[in-house]
Design a protein around this ligand. Structure first.
Ligand SMILES: Cc1cc2nc3c(=O)[nH]c(=O)nc-3n(C[C@H](O)[C@H](O)[C@H](O)COP(=O)(O)O)c2cc1C
Length: 172
């Protein structure tokens, strides 16, 4: 599989088989994430990988009762450690860096036959309590991951290319 195929094939998976994700597979996927770029190479990301059923159920409740979070083989709490520094452009690099490692993980997961779903609808304080994450660490996103019940590719409902990209100067 090349990277274009992985990008085309990735879809949000919200229904998972009851099948464990082995250590080797998980390590390959997380290892790909680890290679993601980050501002100043600060790598301000930290991941808490949860495979325990009871903890996943609690995370599902903290995620607005989204049931697929409990079904997933693993749920990754994607966190950011940040000194609160802004880049010269005025943006905080931390959530950007965390998003990039997540994206690397989602694409590597496709290569391994796994599906993923980003989860932003969750109560960060509840996740922090469940996982013992300190107050000064941002819980940026949860990522559900597992073997999909339906591995077929899904259609992509996206803006046309000329709606998202223009050339040489702003012409939207
Ligand atoms: C930052 C972010 C937060 C998201 N939060 C949720 C969520 O809480 N629950 C959910 O079911 N999907 C969530 N999604 C998945 C999006 O709905 C999905 O990526 C989008 O509809 C495009 O579909 P696709 O991923 O199948 O291409 C989230 C995606 C992103 C990038």
């Amino acid at each position: 599989m090349d990277v274009y195929e992985a990008i085309r094939t990735r879809k949000s998976v919200r229904s998972y088989l009851d099948r464990e994700i082995g250590d080797e597979v998980l390590n390959r996927i997380l290892g790909a994430g680890r290679l993601a770029p980050s501002a100043r190479n600060d790598q301000e990301w930290r991941l808490v990988v949860v495979r325990d059923r009871n903890t996943k159920r609690k995370l599902s409740e903290a995620a607005n009762n989204q049931g697929f979070v409990a079904e997933a083989g693993a749920v990754i709490a994607c966190c950011g450690v940040s000194g609160g520094r802004l880049m010269r452009c005025g943006q905080d690099p931390m959530p950007i860096d965390v998003a990039i490692i997540i994206d690397h993980i989602t694409l590597a997961a496709v290569e391994e036959g796994l599906g993923t779903c980003w989860v932003g609808s969750f109560y960060a304080d509840q996740v922090r309590t469940i996982l013992g994450i300190p107050d000064d660490i941002a819980v940026v996103e949860l990522l559900a991951m597992g073997y999909p019940k339906d591995p077929s590719p899904a259609g992509k409902n996206r803006l046309a290319l000329d709606e998202v990209a223009c050339y040489e100067s702003w012409s939207f």
